[in-house]
Design a protein. Sequence first.
Length: 415
Amino acid sequence: MRQSKLFTKTRKEAPKDEVSKNAELLIRAGFIHKEMAGVYSFLPLGLRVIEKLKSVIREEMNSSNGQEILMSTLQRKELWEVTNRWGDETVDVWFKSALNSGGEVGFGWSHEEPITYMMKDHIASFRDLPIFVYQFQNKLRNELRAKSGVMRGREFIMKDMYSFSRDQKEHDEYYNGMIEAYNKVFSRIGLGEDTFLTFAPGGAFTEFSHEFQTVIDNGEDTIYINKEKNIAINDEVLNEDTLSNFNVTRDDLREVKTTEVGNIFNFGTQKCKELNLFYNDKEGNKVPVWLGSYGIGVTRLMGVIAEKLSDEKGIVWPSSVAPFDIHLVEISNGDEEVKKSADELYSTLSKNGVEVLYDDRSTSVGQKFADSDLIGIPIRVVVSKKTLAEGKFERVERKSGATDMVDESTLLSQT
RNA sequence: CGGGGCGUAGCAUAAUGGUAGUGUUCACGGUUUGGGACCGUGCGGCCCGGGUUCGAUUCCCGGCGCCCCGACCA
């Protein structure tokens, strides 16, 4: 994409109503626009990051036999009344609205109830199971206090997967496989080192649920970790019992601030019993389905990455989720030869599937480099009189600043 | 929801009971040209409602919005 056509502008200063680093950087670089507290729109660069994150997650979900769907945002009141989760006393984040034709609907803050109910259409026999479905959906939650930029919003994009299994064994197998899939996701998007599978409060059926917690300075959760023993425990469940369970003492653990980027949860058979989702086994017995739910906060991930993987100059996107592969910057100052060389490189790279943001604007070098650092594409390629004279292109790694001179074929294999 | 803070131009920031200055962005002209370059000209603003006052952006009351701490967080 030619940057001269990109409608978004960068800013030197962050708006005063944003204090969180993620929102400051994402707004300054033109990735997102704030609509209201806790609600952000995604601009071209931001949307590209979201789509990259989605495709990494999608690949791992598909590898785990997940089938992608898209459920509605509007949800039936009656469904949630069945499980006693419509009332504001039980769920305090509901957005609700009245239908002009009468009745009331809810805006989905979760999809466990609707999807379980929907599966009644498709699950009748043990032959129909297991089923694994997922979606990327905007969740709407009437949070009392939105905060920390895109980290805790009232509207956000979430990947939610649901597993429907015949029995506990089948459920556990998938659940454990999903832990592996999640680890792959976080590792692929550059958060693997600092993301921990964390034991957290369970529900009525299990002692623990599992959260994926990423270490971050302004995190809203506190967990206790021991890297050597590969143990992470949410402070909500840190007690003597838990400690002895894991055969550690408090002194073995280090306290860190984190944010929850993923959560996997075992519902057992309760949800399906409540919503009357049963199947017939081989003997013709009516058996309740096992439900598991697996979430990843996609927009929150964007914030975590922007915040964690950044320096004083701007964002440093990992290549797996960067909005473009290469930031091509021409320093022609009106020199036709330089301009032509950059144009040609842009065209060749684009034709060969390299995603390039081409800074073809007639603005100062300083402006271009500052914007480039702020936007944070992993590789910058500079075309100037200097590089033209050498017959090569200058390649700069955003993360390290490492610079070398390369030819076109090297850049073609840059993805 | 409890506590605290803040609403001035697209963004950032100042002063003021007598209608507002600066930086940046933007437009135009000129000089520059490997790190947000310089000079000049120009466009553009006091959150909403009520009160006090001859006069309110300023003081008072209410509302709305935003941020932070806490509580909450499937």
